[in-house]
Write a protein that binds this ligand. Structure first.
Ligand code: HAS
Length: 549
């Protein structure tokens, strides 16, 4: 008989549901800010009560890019680990609760300061833009909280290995641990700039800040940050989608190897966000561009693996030919179609990433709204639609309720609205960006200027797309509230796929953590040591801070 996660591990279920409450509250606040932005940029609407455009933009970026993602991801990954390893013990749960509260206190502190217009520094909080010290302290708390949760996940994985010697570790637990290793190693960079540069500077203990050092430390973290968003979506694609379509995991080894490659290559590549910045030797930019192209490989492997999974299942159901499987997929099941559309969007999203990473083409698109279009395809669609698709079973299995036909219908509407809204909004952003339209620019700042008039139709299209997306967000919030509090009580399965009988055994070396972490550190040292020494030795005089409000 199927048991829900809530029945199997009630204390764990309450814990992980707490993460989801914060995530969905963040979705509401952040997406509302997004709507206001697109309306402001259309030129047809002015923000009320003296609220500034950049303040709203900061709320949008921080709340969606940092808060929603982190809470959803940590809640989901811990749930997946607890489910597949046999549950957390009291100590693990207590540490996770401490991490949760640290992150919550940090988030609320940062949010209050943004609302007070004391931290209008955008989600990248680049120096010399300066925020109130409380904003940085809040961020530091979020990072420390997430580290504690990472340690819980390492501990639970190690406990499984100890209790089950010689057995292959559960794939979802392995993937979660790999994601957290990447997160811990990468977030050291942002922690250093926040603690040693930005907090002392914002408190007035030092007068100036070295901008290039802080940007470099930020981007050392910034690219793995986007993979921190992507990897949990890959967990769903590799280990859960096969179960939803009635199939099996194509290859455990390939899935694990993909995650290893993502760990190795997602960190030493931050310079691809700094290709236009002076002060970094072009040779090292070139090296990091090559490493960026390497990080594309595991995503190609993922595409291959997904096609294999769909084709194997299709053939099992009698499909013939290369694309015969298309007819056999459960198109009316939102738990499948939402992540599937996420995959489809990743084809242009990934191609856009390769364009961004190619040095010469980066000169065309850098700092244009093309980049905003790129991350709305990748983060806001590929990742978010996968997370939405996940919610339709994750929320009820955590809340002890059931996924009903009504929830499925709502989900199909939600997915449809999101898809249409994003095609219009992100399409217009890409186009405007190719023509040179700047990112992060408000209408009121440029009103009357000839450029603003020229961008009018594109910004209007973005406002239309943004409005449709806002409706999609409202439907998602309604579904969440329904599944968390009102759907009929019952047993909803936490779907986890099993491995195909034809898959080869998983080589033990894939679980050799010392080896993979060692190679990761070596690659980071190789890509960063010389250029970082250069940056520090040849630093220009530090910059004073300035404020956007
Ligand atoms: Fe990016 C900027 C390069 C992926 C997010 N990126 C950003 C920013 C964000 C972001 C937020 O090199 C802006 C930061 C800011 O504020 O300044 N990005 C890349 C590259 C990849 C990439 C090379 N990005 C992502 C992902 C993100 C994300 C994923 C979020 C989740 N990005 C850049 C660069 C910049 C940048 C530069 C800086 C630009 C600038 O100048 O400022 C790659 O990882 C992409 C590899 C992906 C693929 C696609 C594989 C396809 C799959 C789907 C298969 C489909 C199936 C269904 C199975 C090669 C896996 C098929 C069914 C059918 C029926 C056909």
């Amino acid at each position: 008989m199927i048991k829900s996660f809530r029945t199997e591990h009630p204390k764990d279920a309450k814990l992980f549901l707490a993460y989801m409450y914060v995530a969905f509250a963040a979705l509401f606040v952040g997406a509302t800010a997004g709507l206001l932005q697109t309306l402001e940029r259309s030129g047809k609407f002015s923000l009320p009560f003296g609220i500034g455009y950049y303040q709203i933009l900061t709320i949008h970026g921080v709340v969606l890019g940092l808060v929603l993602t982190t809470f959803f991801i940590l809640g989901f990954m811990q749930a997946a680990q607890s489910k597949t390893t046999g549950g957390y013990n009291g100590t693990e749960r207590t540490i996770s609760w401490i991490g949760y509260y640290l992150m919550l206190i940090g988030t609320v502190t940062a949010a209050i300061l943004i609302l007070l217009n004391e931290a209008t520094v955008l989600f990248t909080f680049y120096a010399p833009l300066q925020a109130h010290a409380g904003f940085y302290i809040g961020l530091a708390l979020v990072i420390v909280g997430s580290w504690l949760i990472g340690f819980v996940m390492f501990k639970r994985h190690a406990r499984f290995r100890k209790e089950n010697p010689g057995e292959r570790t559960p794939l979802l637990s392995y993937m979660g641990v790999m994601t957290m290793v990447m997160w811990q190693v990468a977030s050291i960079g942002v922690a250093i700039t926040v603690i040693f540069q930005l907090i002392p500077w914002s408190l007035g203990w030092v007068d100036t800040v070295d901008v290039l050092v802080s940007r470099t430390l930020f981007w050392y973290f910034g690219h793995p940050l986007v993979y921190f968003w992507l990897l949990p979506a890959y967990m769903m694609w590799y280990a859960i989608v096969p179960k939803i379509i009635g199939g099996k995991i194509f290859s455990d080894s390939l899935a694990r190897f993909t995650f290893i490659l993502l760990l190795l290559f997602s960190i030493p590549v931050g310079f691809h966000h700094q290709l236009t910045e002076p002060g970094i030797d072009p040779f090292w930019k070139y090296i990091q561009v090559i490493l960026t192209m390497m990080v594309v490989v595991p995503s190609m492997m993922t595409a291959f693996s997904m096609f294999a999974t769909f084709e194997l299942r299709g053939r099992e159901l009698g499909a013939k030919g290369l694309f015969g499987w298309v007819k056999k997929m459960p198109w009316k099941d939102v738990r499948f179609i939402a992540p599937f559309i996420g995959m489809l969007f990743f084809i242009p999203g990934g191609a856009g990433g390769i364009i961004n990473a190619s040095n010469q083409m980066n000169q065309v698109v850098h700092n244009t709204i093309w980049v905003t279009g790129h991350f709305h395809l990748t983060a806001a669609t590929t990742v978010m639609l996968t997370f939405f698709g996940m919610s339709y079973w994750l929320i009820p299995t955590l809340s002890g309720r059931t996924f009903t036909k009504t929830a499925n219908k709502l989900g199909l509407w939600q997915t449809g609205l999101w898809t249409v809204g994003m095609v219009i909004m992100s399409g217009a952003m890409h186009w405007q960006g190719l023509l040179g339209g700047p990112r992060r620019s408000s209408y009121s700042d440029y009103a009357g200027n000839a450029d603003t008039v020229a961008w009018g139709p594109y910004q209007m299209a973005q406002a239309i797309g943004g409005t449709i997306l806002f409706l999609g967000m409202l439907v998602m919030i309604i579904s969440f509230i329904y599944l968390a509090f009102f759907a009929p009580k019952g047993e909803e399965e936490f779907p986890v796929a099993t491995l195909s009988d034809q898959a080869e055994d998983t080589p033990k070396v894939l679980e050799n953590w010392k080896l993979w972490i060692g190679v990761t550190l070596a690659l980071i040292l190789f890509a960063y040591t010389v250029p970082f020494i250069d940056i520090v030795q040849n630093a220009p005089p530090g910059a004073k801070g300035y404020k956007l409000w």
